[in-house]
Design a protein around this ligand. Structure first.
Ligand SMILES: [Zn+2]
Ligand SMILES: [Zn+2]
Length: 207
């Protein structure tokens, strides 16, 4: 047995997690329509996505993300747990719960490749927050689908980003909107994004 696999066994008892989303490997007859492919830096962890447009895409400036990613902020896209299919390496994962500072698989937690330690995603109770830097975008449109739509925990930022996007001092819709970007500009950006999304939908590119 792989040593990292046994680590997962220990932390969860019966490895039941391997049979459940987001780690469940889809059967060939499930028609998992591959829209994107992604892998960690070393390539051991390889996954696919079947949803073209993430439910949301955001930049997080919180100090936990700064520390965990060794970066000024983190870029994450939200998906349902059933939207992902691990092709390879779902035995090569490790977990970290920043709240309890524990490596048990306890939600919500951070998920990394156990070999190269690339952050793969944050696994929440219902959703996953994937790090799109791992995805191989084939077209400009694909990349546009993942364009960040807001900033979170912007009050903890290390750099100002005057991009007109909504900026929250906590979680989106749960904190205060920081008016670093003028509200009318924010509304304009949101309106444009929705319009463009509808146009793409009409063209059938977003099915
Ligand atoms: Zn890796
Ligand atoms: Zn964060």
């Amino acid at each position: 047995m792989h040593k990292y696999q046994s680590r997962g066994d220990e932390t969860t008892g019966l490895s039941e997690w391997k049979k459940r989303a987001p780690y469940r490997i889809h059967e060939p007859n499930e028609h998992f329509e591959v829209k994107y492919e992604a892998n960690c830096h070393c390539g051991r962890v390889h996954y696919q996505l079947n949803r073209a447009q993430p439910l949301d895409s955001k930049l997080c400036h919180c100090t936990t993300c700064q520390t965990q990613h060794a970066a000024p902020f983190q870029w994450a896209a939200i998906f349902h747990k059933e939207d992902i299919n691990f092709v390879n390496g779902h035995h090569d994962l490790e977990w970290y719960d920043p709240t309890a500072k524990s490596i048990e698989h306890k939600l919500p937690c951070k998920v990394r490749c156990s070999y190269c330690h690339s952050p793969i995603m944050d696994e929440g109770r219902n959703m996953i927050l994937l790090f799109p830097s791992l995805i191989h975008f084939k077209t400009v449109e694909d990349r546009l689908n993942f364009k960040p739509r807001c900033h979170m925990f912007y009050n903890q930022r290390v750099i100002d980003i005057p991009d007109g996007l909504p900026k929250w001092d906590g979680l989106k819709d749960d904190g205060n909107l920081i008016e670093d970007s003028p509200p009318e500009l924010i509304r304009e950006v949101e309106r444009k994004r929705e319009e463009e999304g509808e146009e793409r939908l009409q063209k059938g590119e977003n099915a």
